[in-house]
Design a protein around this ligand. Structure first.
Ligand SMILES: Nc1ncnc2c1ncn2[C@@H]1O[C@H](COP(=O)(O)OP(=O)(O)OP(=O)(O)O)[C@@H](O)[C@H]1O
Length: 326
């Protein structure tokens, strides 16, 4: 649905905000781009709706190369792409419903249809009852609901989200992410979101890319990344912290995803190999609709025992990393 192909963008001839970036977002998925401040996330998002022109490379949205468009055709393409902002960007002296009417006006909807359509959009985000409230009378979460309704007013195929939940508390963040997830599913909307929070990725994304100094370090479906040995995203999604030094023990980090998470693998290890395994840490959650997580084990004994345990676990389909040997 969105293909970013070898995009480079340099500022002032020196800062390479995007460096040969290629990302493919499939139709209907929620795709997260993560990275630290200055990694190039906003620049990337802005190239998708052609607010930013790459020095080289192309961006194609639903078969249309937006990087090649000008004038009227560019405006039309932008209407197929909704945008949600961190600070909502609502017009403060217009009510919730008027903010959406404003967006409908911009896409040329007739005056007679505007109010009904705007109310319909507010209903979609669960805010029809606050249609006549001004932004200053709404909570942060409610303002973002209006922001989302406004972004969807032109019935776009794609929603771009620029840190949409960064200004919200954790509970409200969860509600807004659940709303984005539901809208993506119900409307077949493709969502490209940028965030610096791994929790956002965990809660809402099907796929993700890690951006670092303008370059894509990794990308793919979350469950594939979780299964990829040494994946930085998987480590960040399920942090286990620094491994302790335990004399006489080897330490193994296991990664589970999908069906593997439900099998009693650690019990099997203890029973079948007769090893007194200790669990040092574990984190299991539902991501992309499946159970996934990481577990850290301490294995007592000789290095050979640790190797045997690692082999056994690998044979069960679990990702295994030997963190330390006795
Ligand atoms: N208009 C601009 N002019 C000059 N430099 C820019 C411009 N826009 C971005 N940059 C630079 O490009 C790099 C990437 O910026 P960008 O805003 O895309 O990063 P980001 O990952 O979105 O960061 P943040 O999370 O802090 O918003 C930074 O070094 C930034 O200073």
């Amino acid at each position: 649905m969105i293909t970013i192909d070898r995009v480079t963008r340099t500022f002032d001839g020196a800062v390479r905000a995007l460096d040969d970036v290629s990302i493919h977002v499939r139709r209907g998925e929620v795709f997260g781009v993560v990275g630290q401040s200055g990694a190039g996330k906003s620049t990337l998002l802005r190239t998708v709706n052609a607010l930013e022109r790459p020095d080289s490379g192309t961006v194609t949205v639903d078969g249309v190369e937006v990087t090649a468009l000008q004038g009227r055709r560019l405006l039309e393409a932008r209407h197929r792409i909704g945008m949600v902002f961190q600070h909502f960007n609502l017009v403060s002296n217009r009510t919730a419903v008027e903010n959406i009417e404003f967006a409908l006006e911009a896409v040329g909807r007739p005056r007679s249809a505007k109010r009904d359509e705007a109310l319909e959009m507010l209903d979609l985000v669960g805010l029809a009852h606050r249609a006549d409230a001004y932004p200053g009378e709404l909570s942060g979460g409610q303002r973002q609901r209006v922001g989302i309704a406004r972004a969807l007013a032109s019935k776009p195929d794609v929603l771009l989200s620029d840190e949409a939940t960064s200004a919200l508390d954790p509970d409200t963040t969860r509600q807004i992410l659940a709303l984005i997830r539901r809208l993506s599913r119900d409307l077949g909307l493709t969502v490209l979101l940028i965030t610096h929070e791994m929790d956002v990725v965990k809660q809402v994304c099907d796929s993700a890319a890690l951006l670092e100094q303008g370059r894509v370090v990794e990308q793919g479906p979350l469950l594939d990344l979780v299964r990829t040995k040494g994946s930085r995203l998987a480590h960040d999604l399920f942090p286990l912290g620094e491994a302790p030094e335990l004399p006489g023990y080897g330490v193994l980090d296991l990664t589970f995803a999908g069906g593997e998470a439900e099998r009693p693998t650690i019990a099997m290890l203890a029973r079948d190999l007769g090893i007194d395994v200790s669990i040092l840490g574990a984190t299991i959650e539902t991501i992309a609709g499946e159970q996934a997580g990481r577990t850290r084990l301490a294995i007592p004994g000789e290095p050979g025992v640790v190797e045997r345990a690692a082999r056994f676990l690998g044979e069960q389909g679990v990702g295994v990393e030997v963190v330390s040997r006795p």
